[in-house]
Design a protein around this ligand. Structure first.
Ligand code: NAD
Length: 497
């Protein structure tokens, strides 16, 4: 017996091994308790040195009136133990409930979401017999900052935030992961042909960091064709790093094409804490029926064992699991009359894996992890500040008219002695001067003011412009300052400008 529950104090006292790692465990909702029990039984039988500190999170906590789905006490345990094995949870439908998955990742600074996706052909039916890729998804930034506002009757906005530390951390993690797992290539996906500042920064940092790893091949794809290639020719990829939203979408595609969402686990890695889970949700449609596949959570737990330095146990379980899959002992989600031999339930599948502990697969390559302990990355070093120069301002106006020339006339009326209106765009398209009459205009107008002569522009000008707009009854809903950093313009031009 190597797994101890800290609330069973007699067991806790009997076993005081120095190698024991205390982890927080949440059994979650839906199929969560079944797949967690199956996973823990395998870990225990394989000799994992774990002390379990169980917490309650998810639906019950939400429905008790706590809209965060987690109590302060449970947070304390997660932060103290630092290693968190989590089953899926259900977020109740309807407004007001925060996604605990998103808040856990952000509060704990779990910047790297690592999702290995692999095919088990010919034992698990898949259209893609050769898939062995690892998606490394940035986990904290991008549109998932969740900063959204309605600004006019017709327009809402979501702020896409990409930071240099965020890019450096996730991209370095991807290269270090490739090094540790003997992967030969790291691919980056962005949409920097369109988002030249945000995705442009991600791509630029990728190029900078890739240069530090000459032994690893690197490549960049525009995300749309990259995603198509993942769905069509996944064997092309090894480690793929990308910003949050693309990673969310593409990692589900990558998991699904291997045969079932019930197979892939994931880790969420931070500088202090780490969380391990299945990639799938709580599957309420099959909950309580002993039919869920526990493999995804089990794979998450193997990533955990590697992270805490128990790679030998991870290796033993992984080989027993591959043997079980080869034997055709399959849960319903991957059962196929032609390729499977025996359809089993959650508990029976776990028992079959346990019975195979010590066995090595004969068709699949046996797993040899070696040392796969947590990656130690250098802490981010702040760069010297750049020379920052204000070059103008964009005022965003809420105006219900449709003729750009009319709003241009009003805006000319608010120019100051040192500023002039240079451009108006609507949803990014230049509509003044010289716009197309065919362009559809909403009630949300970006109005760019720059120095009337020379380059100098001060914040006083912005205050004056806003005061003039207010005096003229123009509804300004937000402003964005236009900067050059070290002489380089770092704001977008209007499309067509
Ligand atoms: P889901 O992943 O729970 O289910 C999608 C489909 O896959 C269902 O048909 C389900 O039966 C099947 N499936 C999932 N896991 C399986 C397994 N282990 N074995 C066999 N079949 C499996 O996605 P959903 O239905 O969109 O979401 C259900 C709930 O889970 C929602 O409340 C959602 O918010 C939550 N969710 C939680 C997490 C998490 O906790 N990390 C992630 C995604 C969704």
């Amino acid at each position: 017996m190597k797994i101890y529950y800290s609330y069973y104090s007699h067991l806790h006292q009997r076993n005081n091994s120095k190698r024991m790692t205390k982890i927080t465990v949440a059994k979650g909702d839906g199929v969560g308790p079944e797949i967690m029990d199956a996973t823990l039984s395998i870990l225990q039988a394989a000799g994992a040195q774990l002390e379990i500190d169980e917490i309650e999170i998810g639906e019950k906590v939400y429905l008790s009136g706590n809209t965060t789905g987690i109590s302060p006490d449970a947070w304390d345990k997660i932060r103290t133990n630092k290693i968190f094995l989590k089953a899926p949870i259900t977020t109740p439908q309807g407004g007001g409930y925060k996604s605990l998955n998103v808040s856990t990742r952000k509060f704990l600074g779990l910047y790297a979401n690592v999702r290995p996706c692999k095919s088990y052909h010919p034992f698990v039916k898949t259209k893609h017999p050769v898939v062995d890729m690892v998606i490394v998804r940035e986990n904290e930034e991008d549109l998932y900052a969740g900063i959204e506002h309605q600004q006019t009757d017709e327009v809402v906005q979501c702020l896409k935030l990409i930071s240099r530390p965020g890019c450096e951390k996730i991209i370095r993690y991807a290269f270090e992961y490739a090094k540790q797992y003997n992967r030969k290539k790291v691919t980056c996906f962005t949409k920097d042909n369109i988002m030249k500042q945000t995705d442009g920064l991600f791509h630029q940092v990728f190029d900078e960091i890739a240069a530090e790893y000459p032994e690893i091949e690197n490549e960049h794809w525009i995300v749309d064709i990259g995603a198509a290639k993942v769905a069509d020719t996944p064997e092309h990829f090894e480690v793929v790093v990308m910003p949050n939203l693309y990673g969310d979408v593409i990692s589900d595609i990558a998991a699904q094409i291997t045969g079932s969402v019930g197979l892939a686990g994931s880790s969420n890695i931070g500088e202090e804490c780490a969380m391990f889970e299945a990639i799938h949700g709580s599957a309420p449609d099959i909950a309580g029926k002993n039919i869920a596949n526990p493999s995804a959570l089990m794979h998450g737990s193997l990533m955990m064992l590697n992270h805490i330095g128990q790679s030998l146990v991870a290796e033993k379980i992984h080989n027993a699991w591959l043997t079980t899959i080869e034997q055709g002992i399959h849960t319903a989600d991957i059962y196929d009359e032609k390729t499977s031999k025996q359809k089993v339930g959650t508990k029976e599948f776990a028992a079959a894996v346990i019975a195979n502990l010590g066995n090595k697969p004969s068709s699949f390559e046996p797993i040899q992890y070696g040392n796969r302990a947590a990656l130690k990355l250098p802490t981010y070093q702040k760069k010297a500040p750049s020379l920052k120069e204000l070059q103008g301002v964009d005022l965003f106006a809420h105006w219900n008219g449709t003729n750009p020339n009319e709003i241009a006339e009003k805006l000319k009326g608010i120019e100051t002695k040192n500023t002039k209106l240079v451009m108006i765009t609507n949803r990014g398209i230049k509509v003044w001067p010289n716009g197309f009459k065919e362009t559809f205009c909403t009630d949300h107008w970006r109005c760019r003011f720059q120095p009337a002569t020379g380059d100098t522009f001060s914040k006083e000008e912005i205050i004056q412009l806003l005061q003039n707009a207010e005096n003229q009854g123009l509804d300004i809903v937000k402003t964005e300052n236009l900067y050059a950093f070290d002489g380089k313009r770092v704001y977008s031009l209007g499309q067509g400008q």
